[in-house]
Structure formats: C-alpha cells, structure tokens
Write a protein that binds this ligand. Structure first.
Ligand code: NDP
Ligand code: PYC
Length: 343
C-alpha cells in the first residue's frame, strides 16, 4: 500500500513536524527542503527516514533547533565563514551562499567554511545551489568514525561525502556526490530495516572479519571505496574540512556524541570556482568545451552521474511521491508526539 503526495505537500508536512518539535523556521524550512529533495530524487538514504534522527538529536540536546547562524566577521577576501551556532548546516549554507557566489565571481575562487553545525544531509542540494550561480562547486565534510582506513580494521574515518558540480547553461548541471566509503552508512541502515544482507565487501564486524550482516557492520567498520584511493580521499576530507577549518574530525565527533544514532556535528567546506575567470585569456569557451566532453561520455552509451536523480525528480514533480504506509504512519506519529516520540 502506498499514498501519493505532491513534493510541496510533503515538504510542508515535514516542516510541520520540525516546527511542532520546537524548531524555528530558519532551521525547519531548509532542513525540510533537503530531506524532501532527497526523497523526491530517489535518494532514500538521506530522505524521510532521517526525520526521526533529527528529532532524536534534538531530544538528546546535541543540536539547536532554534539557532540563528551568523556570518563570522573573521572571514574576509576569498574566505566566507559562517558559524551555524550549533544548528543544522543547511540554514548556515543558505546564509553564506550569496556572499560565496559574489566573492567567487569577483576573485575567481572563494570558500565557504561552515563551523559548529550538524550535517547529515546529501551534499548535492548545496552543489546545485552553487552551480545555479554559474559556478563550479566542490563540497565536502567529515561525519563520524565508522570507516576503517585501507589496511586497518577499526573505525576511524567518516563516510565523508565529496560532491562536485559543473554548471551547464540551459541544462541540469553535471553533479556527482558520493560517500568515500563503499556505500553511505544510511544504506546499511536501510538494509538492516529491510532485513536484507549487505553486498560483499562493504563492511567488517567488530573482530575485523568481512561481514554481510548489517547489525555486525554497524557495530564493526565500513570499508573505504576503491581501497587506498578512497581511504586517502576520506583522509583529505578530515584534513581540509575538519583540521584546516578548526572543526571536529570524525573520531572527535564520535567521542563527542558517543553514538552514531544521532546526527553528527562538525564543519563543512564549500569551494566555488568561476570557469570564466579561470579560463580568461585562454582559447575556447569553457562551457562549450565542457559540453563537448560530457557529450562524448554520453556518446559512448555511458550515463552521467545524477542523470538517474534528475529523471526521478522529473517523475516526482509530475506524478508525486509514493510513501509507504509505514512512512505515512511515522510522520503522523512524529507530528503528534514531537521529539519525545523519537525512537
Ligand atoms: P551513490 O553511490 O548512490 O551515488 C554516487 C554518485 O554516483 C551519484 O552522483 C550517482 O548518480 C552516481 N552514479 C551511480 N551510479 C552511476 C553510474 N552507473 N554511472 C554514472 N554515475 C553513477 O552515493 P553514496 O551512497 O555514496 O552517497 C549517497 C548520498 O549520501 C550522497 O548524496 C552523499 O552526500 C550522502 N552522504 C552524506 C553524508 C554526510 O555526512 N552528510 C555521509 C555520507 C554520504 P545518481 O544519483 O544519478 O545515481
Ligand atoms: O549515510 O554515511 C551516511 C551518513 C553519515 C552522516 C550522515 N549520513
């Protein structure tokens, strides 16, 4: 059984759950938008099931639902710094984006540093927001220690997502966005809930043995994607979006939270680059040259990353989103109970 609901109606319903839980509109509105965007685009690992995690984290007092982010005056030049003041990253990103875009257009390159935020969402909504300004984007953040470095056997790195976007005038941008672990941790949780074994090669149990049991994986360690390559990229993210920006690394986040059942708090790094400024004075229009490359990829029958997602979006915008009875019941329950009812 399922219920069909429009994207906008679902966004309003999720926002109501957050407002009812005591969050202010500054926090509730962007948070509802990104969670419903994930559900709309068929990214279940960061969709509706995260609503309960938000309420759990509020209930545990590990995030502020009423924070109002501020632009930190210490940021200047190419560096825009926003302090989320213990709230969710999404409101802080919305505050910093116009400044980031303005500086990237002026200087060719600018960075938005978000400090003291809780971040559990997919990164592509932020990447798409930057490409919407005609800029390329590179976004990254740590999470909490759940991934063993290549050659190791204990959780240390986070699932540390990395996302990139390139603006394509008149078309959807080129976007990739992935965990630097074999899969997002949210996928393991979804396998656990569905009672399904994991694919081989995703995780080790607490004794460091390969496992396909989601429970054993959740109390063991996940594997980096691509062996030493994913391990190195995950480490780079700890360094750039943790150490360098003066915020928590994934092991420090886990020490602070003491659990992976709450949403992680740390920082985030968003780089915006102007293709026109970088290519100025050189032969060829960067956007036209990019099209030639992307069309050649598709010309071989390969699909571009995010094509599945954009197709899912178009379908959801036209036909609505199908929610299972369990998903409807969960939203109803959380709307009635507020954070006290979060499991
Ligand atoms: P996936 O492996 O599902 O997808 C990764 C990317 O690869 C997507 O852009 C996807 O596009 C693309 N892709 C997948 N298959 C193909 C293919 N055959 N050809 C070309 N491109 C392809 O992502 P993950 O499970 O690693 O991550 C899911 C989400 O989890 C991300 O949005 C990430 O930001 C989020 N996350 C957030 C964390 C946090 O701390 N905030 C931590 C970890 C993950 P498409 O979507 O169109 O399939
Ligand atoms: O899915 O790996 C994940 C994740 C960690 C924090 C938020 N999402």
């Amino acid at each position: 059984m399922s219920q069909i609901i429009s994207v906008e109606a679902l966004r309003q319903r999720v926002e109501q759950v957050f407002l009812r839980a005591g969050m202010n509109a500054v926090q509730a509105s962007p948070l509802a938008r990104v969670i419903v965007a994930a559900e709309r685009d068929g990214c279940k690992s960061h969709g509706l099931y995260r609503v309960e995690g938000v309420l759990r984290t509020l209930q545990a007092g590990k995030v502020s639902g009423t924070a109002v982010p501020v632009v930190d005056p210490a940021g200047n030049g190419a560096l825009v710094r926003v302090n989320a003041r213990g709230g969710f990253s999404n409101a802080a990103f919305d505050l910093g984006l116009p400044l980031l875009a303005e500086r990237a257009r002026d200087l060719g390159l600018a960075a938005l540093v978000i400090n003291d935020c809780t971040h559990f969402a997919a990164l592509w909504p932020e990447v798409e927001a930057v490409t919407g300004h005609g800029l390329a984007a590179l976004v990254m953040c740590p999470s909490y220690a759940t991934v063993a470095p290549a050659g190791g056997s204990r959780p240390l790195l986070g699932t540390n997502p990395l996302a990139f976007g390139w603006p394509r005038p008149g078309r959807d941008p080129y976007v990739f966005d992935f965990a630097t672990s074999v899969a997002a941790r949210g996928e393991i949780e979804l396998h656990r809930r569905a009672g399904k074994p994991l694919p081989e090669g995703w995780a080790m149990d607490a004794a460091g043995r390969p496992t396909t049991d989601p429970d054993a994986a959740l109390s063991g360690a996940m594997m980096p994607f691509g062996g030493h390559k994913g391990s190195a990229i995950g480490t780079m993210i700890e360094l750039l979006a943790g150490v360098m920006i003066g915020d928590l690394t994934s092991p420090e986040v886990l020490d602070f939270l003491g659990t992976t059942t709450l949403a992680p708090c740390h920082g985030e790094l968003v780089l915006a680059l102007s293709p026109e400024r970088f290519a100025a004075g050189r032969a060829g229009d960067p956007f036209a040259r990019a099209e030639a490359l992307l069309e050649a990829i598709e010309g071989q029958g390969a699909r571009l990353p995010s094509q599945r997602r954009f197709a899912a979006r178009a379908k959801a915008e036209a036909d609505g989103i199908a929610l299972s009875d369990a998903e409807v019941a969960q939203l109803d329950r959380l709307l009635a109970s507020g954070p006290d009812g979060a499991r």
